[in-house]
Design a binder for this molecule. Structure first.
Ligand SMILES: [Zn+2]
Length: 153
């Protein structure tokens, strides 16, 4: 395989997700150096997050039953929730626009068909599929049964 064909093999859908994340960090001035791990927030940091949240500057990175998201607002999920957990809090310099019912979301992980062996999402994939090229800003698991777990964080 030449470097040219590897380059053209970058998964276009994964690239679109990376572009969306890059646009998100740019549009809202997200500074990952200020990010806090979900389970390591002190009382003082929590108070600060609440203050920043009133200015609409906080985003919650969290799991769901389907995948992980970056969602507008400072959110702590119930301990009882099956798979919804706050993983991290990200702080921007430009507020998101909306009220308490507003939810702006970006995918941090996506489980989707492999563009090499299961492009139409209808098949079961191929044995030992190398999978598509990985765009800068993304990572992924191996292709398994025609599907791949992608990470955009
Ligand atoms: Zn594959």
């Amino acid at each position: 395989m030449t470097s040219q064909s590897r380059k053209s093999g970058v998964d276009p859908v994964a690239k679109a997700y990376v572009d969306a994340i890059n646009k998100w960090t740019k549009d809202y001035g997200i500074d990952f150096k200020k990010s806090l791990e979900g389970d390591e927030v002190t009382d003082a940091q929590r108070k600060n997050l609440e203050k920043l949240n009133s200015k609409k500057l906080v985003w919650t990175e969290h799991s769901t039953c389907e995948g992980n998201y970056y969602s507008s607002g400072y959110t702590i999920f119930s301990e009882d929730s099956c798979c919804w957990r706050s993983l991290a809090f990200h702080i921007g310099s430009k507020p998101w626009v909306g009220d308490e019912d507003t939810l702006i979301q970006f995918e941090a992980t996506v489980y989707m068909p492999c563009s090499v062996c299961n492009a139409d999402g209808e098949g079961d994939g191929e044995e030992d599929c190398p999978g598509p090229g990985v765009p800068k800003g993304a990572s992924r698991d191996d292709c398994e049964d025609g599907y791949i777990n992608w990470f955009f964080d």
